[in-house]
Design a protein. Structure first.
Length: 440
């Protein structure tokens, strides 16, 4: 098969076809469909960088080539030689085919044009990844990575990655995956936050990006058991500065996606009106109390002492049609490490915010100012029955020149799901891990 490969200097990708109009080119990829009408055949073709069609006319190709074209089945890999032309009406480029070499025949490819149902598609995720919509969602995911990396570089952050094996829990202890680490129990990370807090004392402003794990029994279309989180942490930042930074970052991600992912968003048939509004207009900031009051005024039976429910988050997103920071949750429902204060009604609150996105995307970011006083944090650990010896190093961050600091975690797949408009978060990760559907 190797003999048929196109040499690097002749190789053209579909994404670059516009640079080769009227030139003869060679291109390698897969057939994903074929239509014919008499003496003309349209081969739908993809190469990983994009999609195009190759038009073969019986009168213009050798007879043996025409015969091969008649046998092309979906997902057969091929090399095509032809001349690039611009679609007469659309901003698309096609290839007027001259010859084709079959590299490897694909027989009875299980995914076709019919509606297979989600279960079938995810059981065959290795193959389903070849389809157009996963291509578009995963390209958007890649764009989000790039936006985040560029944004933090420009903001003067240092990427500082954190370990996956951790001896303690960062968030809810009931959601830990325990592993046997040479005879000692360890846990798969829920968030790199604690390590980032240590790192800012050396590097000032840091972020990490990696897989995190939650043994959460939530079977919703927003929950994965393995997902990618970006934790950012900043020395000398209070919660207000933290939220300002988050708003700038989310706007940057949206702007980049709207500008660079037009083809992908079109494949996903995404109406981008709200995304455009969110990229440009100021986000809303509401205290938890105000948000609950607004919900109560709109016929919700609310619990002022509790977290936001799924329905409440969805309603707030729909109501404002722009991301909303819900600030200062009751301390009781939040993690022990958050900075706290007592409000004018006597309720202990965390200096924190969850960022709720519209279009049913729900919470995309969780963040807070951290408790920076040694004794206060120690008392909270004791009050919540955490094993103090395990958290000693974390407490000690407050011992040697403690500073006001804040940070947040962005759920990558929640962000990708929102931008792509996909119904379920499993579409936003190449090989999803959820409570069900874990194959391949
Ligand atoms: O709000 P969370 O639990 O915050 C933390 O873990 C902090 N330690 C982060 C930090 O401050 N550095 O999670 C952060 C984000 C959520 O807002 C959500 O977007 C996403 O992670 N997330 C999930 N995404 C997919 N599936 C799940 N099961 C998720 N749980 C949280």
């Amino acid at each position: 098969m190797e003999n048929h490969l196109t040499s690097e200097d002749k190789k053209v990708s579909i994404k670059d076809l516009s640079k080769h109009v009227d030139s003869k080119i060679e291109i390698e990829g897969w057939v994903y469909n074929r239509r014919g009408s008499g003496k003309i055949s349209f081969v739908q073709f993809r190469d990983g960088s994009g999609f195009t069609q190759v038009i073969f006319e019986e009168d213009k190709v050798e007879s043996d080539i025409w015969e091969v074209i008649g046998t092309l089945s979906p997902e057969t890999s091929v090399k095509v030689v032809g001349t690039v032309s611009k679609h007469p009406k659309k901003d698309e480029y096609e290839i007027q085919g001259e010859s084709i070499v079959v590299l490897s025949i694909s027989e009875e490819y299980p995914i076709g044009n019919k509606d297979h149902g989600v279960e079938f598609l995810f059981k065959n995720r290795d193959l389903y990844l070849r389809s157009k919509t996963p291509w578009a969602s995963l390209r958007i995911r890649d764009q989000v990575f790039r936006s985040v990396t560029n944004f933090f570089f420009e903001e003067g952050f240092t990427r500082t990655d954190t370990p996956v094996f951790q001896p303690t829990s960062c968030e809810d202890t009931t959601e830990l995956f325990e592993v046997d680490y040479f005879g000692t129990p360890m846990y798969l990370t829920q968030s790199g936050q604690f390590y980032s807090e240590a790192a800012i004392m050396g590097l000032g402003k840091v972020y990490d990006f990696g897989p995190v794990f939650r043994a959460e029994k939530s079977k919703t279309r927003n929950h994965l058991t393995e997902f990618w989180m970006m934790d950012a942490e900043m020395a000398f930042y209070n919660q207000e500065m933290n939220e300002d930074l988050q708003e700038r970052m989310v706007k940057r991600i949206l702007k980049d996606a709207l500008e660079n992912m037009k083809e992908e968003l079109a494949i996903l048939e995404r109406d981008t009106t709200i995304l455009e509004k969110c990229a440009n207009e100021e986000f809303i900031r509401l205290k938890h109390f105000e948000a609950k009051k607004l919900l109560e005024d709109n016929e919700f039976e609310v619990d002022y002492k509790d977290d936001m429910t799924t329905d409440e988050e969805i309603w707030l997103g729909n109501h404002f049609q722009i991301p909303v920071f819900i600030e200062d949750y009751p301390f009781e429902v939040k993690a022990f490490y958050m900075k706290s204060y007592v409000d004018e009604r006597g309720m202990k609150r965390a200096k924190c915010a969850d960022l709720i996105a519209p279009e049913e995307a729900r919470e995309i970011i969780g963040g807070s100012q951290r408790e920076d006083e040694y004794e206060t944090l120690k008392s909270e650990l004791l009050a919540r029955d955490y094993p103090l010896e395990e958290y000693e190093w974390y407490l000690n961050i407050r011992k040697y020149g403690s500073v006001v600091h804040s940070g947040f975690g962005l759920g990558l797949e929640r962000m990708v799901k929102w931008i792509s408009g996909e119904h379920h978060i499993r579409e936003a990760i190449p090989f999803p891990r959820t409570l069900v559907l874990n194959r391949p």
